[in-house]
Design a binder for this molecule. Sequence first.
Ligand SMILES: C[S@@+](CC[C@H](N)C(=O)[O-])C[C@H]1O[C@@H](n2cnc3c(N)ncnc32)[C@H](O)[C@@H]1O
Length: 275
Amino acid sequence: MRDSEFDFICTLVYEHSRIKLGPDKKELVSARLGKRLRATNLDSIGAYCNLLKSPSSDDELGHLIDAISTNHTFFFRESAHFDFVRDRVLPEMMERNRVERWPRFYAWSAACSSGEEPYSLAATLAEGLQGSPWPWHIEATDISNRILEKAKAGIYKEDVVSRLPAATIKAHFQKGIGPQEGNYRVRAALRDRVSFHYLNLLKGEAPFRDLFHVIFCRNVMIYFDKETQEELVNKLYRRLIPGGYLLVGHSESLTGIKHPLQLVKPATYRRPPAS
Ligand SMILES: C[S@@+](CC[C@H](N)C(=O)[O-])C[C@H]1O[C@@H](n2cnc3c(N)ncnc32)[C@H](O)[C@@H]1O
């Protein structure tokens, strides 16, 4: 891959998704473009760059972002956050709701990948709000349409699901039979509580208006430069109710960026409550 081709791809990816690819990512990009060359029947990265420069390249741009970005995720990843929702966020918001009377408990999984994060949160809320008349809902968004299709289907391989506690599997998953043998599907009762949408976190408006009690934005900021992280964190701050929580990945620190959030504990921030 020529330097000029790598620079072109990096600029395009940055402009579209704000994912910052450093020089150390050249080999990775080159390897991941191999898949796109095969899919588009092109025989060189130069020809692929020309395709991306053509006026009708929007679809391919989506595929490029898909190929470059990392969708790695798993159920109850960084489980301390789900414990925090169960032990602190829910009791606190239920108490406040006696006075504030929100129509529902509202959460956002802002880079949801293939759905493991919002479904883990849904399982946490289903258990934490069991017996409560308070409705709840989760919005889940990602920049990759391909991964969102997988998330919406809510179908996962047995070896992924079988790592979860037996009680969680029993309560929230249905074992596949016939052609679905070897898969598990998230039960409709949980799937109905999660709405998936395409959203580029740095471009355009989110397709929902209400403010959230908690936002998960984990393991995506790591791909952005400081300037973009600052823009995003401030955007997310404005989507929280006063006293609402922002949870980021445990390897993502907000140190060095300007924002009005309070640090509660590592990877856990809070919009200051209204005084
Ligand atoms: C590593 S996964 C993290 C999934 C999950 N939050 C977790 O922690 O397990 C990162 C996700 O961010 C998405 N992503 C990357 N850039 C994005 C952007 N600008 N807007 C929205 N999603 C983006 C990717 O498509 C990918 O699914």
